[in-house]
Design a protein around this ligand. Structure first.
Ligand SMILES: [Zn+2]
Length: 473
């Protein structure tokens, strides 16, 4: 890993003024679309080698992992937090997180381990579609109490109080709907205005990532131009809602040196590899949590399976391997093997497939905790191997090898999983079926009372039959 002495000097001089710095290792060509190695350094937090990922949180929690488990059993370097998860009472008073003291209220409020980087976005990833569009000054958000609006002015005041390590500026993204041409024109203008307002009012230490909208680069030409010409020194990174735009980014040196965060929701390891090949640095990966809650243990390794693992899928030698295994299957009920061959995570070091299968069958919460520890570890190792591969100059060859060894998609979900909440998933509109089975049904037929115990006759008739009169209250 070669770092030029000139760059190291530049880092030291800028650190006094900025809370965040990003180094890129190796030769750098602003116009090249290539994978790259970097290091994200945030004041007071542990360094993050890139490419790498931030865990996605829900209501301030990395699902299934307590803060002490994150510290003890994962190598997660940062957490994506959504403001909409914390301000459900904003319309009737001050949200509790806003009364949290200290220099890092998000860490304090959520008990997040101090070495982890916090990334604050207005919305969850993936975000639930809003029935109402955004306006010129505000976006629709979905706290647990229902849709409400979040103005840029309010978002800026939340950032100032919460002081996340990184804040993603508000973006006019119509989650869940495809914008028409008039709407597309507004998206760039509004986002440009919102980013400028945030940058004008933030303090020097606050790191801001500017959103890159999920529309073609020509449609946000003016916005991108302003970022490059006037705001590059003010922003600390870019947040991409569509990774396909990476090759279309303006190729100035300072703009290309900014760290790039993906909010593009890759659905498989192959999609992560593609984004890495385009020069993405940091990822948010919803499929880790989806796999855990579907009872799937991820088993892929980059660039190939471990040597003693035969290329066998469904008993057919030579065929591609699945990316994960469904742990709820009865086939694992008596298995004493770890979830994945040669995995060194806490789950695989201490437990076996049979126990996890038993926990899943019993709907025990520990099943998802053990799976989440394992799945986070598998993805951390995946990124470690990606970095080694880029460093050795074999990344393209290794990507081909990976694509030949593994299936392209994760296994289908089986089993019920933990209880799904409305804010967890994209709504499919009116008439959508309930996501959770009712825990119990009606006890008998109500027309005749519950098992005949609820009277359906007038009180007078009942008294005639010997029932007590209703007591005066
Ligand atoms: Zn494991």
């Amino acid at each position: 890993m070669a770092e030029s002495s000139g760059m190291a000097t530049a880092v030291e001089s800028l650190e006094e003024h900025k809370g965040l710095f990003f180094d890129i290792f190796g030769s750098f060509d602003a116009s090249a679309v290539t994978p790259r190695l970097g290091r994200l350094r945030v004041k007071g937090r542990q360094e993050l080698e890139t490419p790498n990922f931030f865990a996605i949180s829900s209501r301030g929690v990395v699902p299934h992992l307590t803060p002490d488990v994150i510290s003890a059993s994962t190598t997660i370097g940062g957490v994506h937090m959504a403001l909409e998860d914390f301000i459900e009472r904003a319309t009737i008073g001050t949200p509790p997180i806003m009364n949290c003291p200290g220099s890092s209220p998000i860490h304090t409020f959520t008990a997040l381990p101090r070495p982890l980087i916090t990334l604050l976005a207005p919305r969850r990833t993936p975000a639930v579609s809003a029935p109402k569009g955004n306006s010129a000054t505000a976006i629709s958000i979905f706290p647990s109490t229902g849709f409400q609006v979040l103005s840029n002015k309010s978002y800026i005041s939340y950032i100032a109080k919460l002081h996340p390590d990184i804040a993603i500026s508000l973006a006019d993204v119509p989650h869940g709907s495809i914008p028409g041409s008039k709407r597309v024109a507004k998206m760039g203008d509004r986002t440009q205005e919102w980013v400028t307002e945030l940058l004008d009012s933030k303090n020097d230490e606050q790191a801001v990532f500017a959103p890159i909208l999920p529309i073609d680069s020509l449609s946000q030409y003016e916005y991108l131009n302003q970022l490059v010409d006037e705001l590059t020194d003010e922003i600390s990174g870019l947040a991409f809602y569509d990774s396909n735009l990476l090759p279309d980014m303006p190729a100035t040196t300072s703009f290309s040196r900014l760290p790039r965060l993906s909010l593009d929701e890759p659905s498989s390891p192959c999609q992560i590899l593609r984004q890495v090949s385009l020069g993405m640095d940091i990822f948010t990966i919803p499929f880790i949590g989806f796999a855990t809650e579907a009872g799937i243990a991820l088993t892929f390794r980059f660039p190939r399976p471990v040597l003693d693992e035969p290329l066998v899928s469904d008993g057919v030698a030579g065929s591609v391997l699945p990316l994960g295994i469904t742990m709820s299957s009865n086939a694992h009920a008596a298995s004493l093997k770890p979830l994945s061959t040669a995995c060194t995570c806490y789950t695989c070091a201490n437990h076996h497939r049979g126990f996890v299968q038993h926990l899943l069958s019993a709907d025990e919460m520990l099943s998802w905790t053990l799976l989440q520890i394992h799945n986070s570890h598998v993805v951390s190792e995946f990124f470690t191997s990606i970095r080694e591969s880029i460093r050795s100059g074999n990344f393209v060859v290794h990507c081909d090898e990976f694509a030949r060894a593994y299936e392209s998609d994760l296994p289908e979900k089986s089993g019920q999983g933990p209880r799904v909440r409305g804010y967890h998933s994209k709504s499919e509109g009116p008439g959508e079926l309930k996501r959770n089975k009712a825990a119990w049904g009606n006890l008998g037929n109500f027309e005749h009372g519950i098992n005949g115990l609820i009277p359906t006759e007038p009180a007078g008739t009942l008294e005639d039959k010997g029932f007590d009169e209703k007591a005066d209250t």
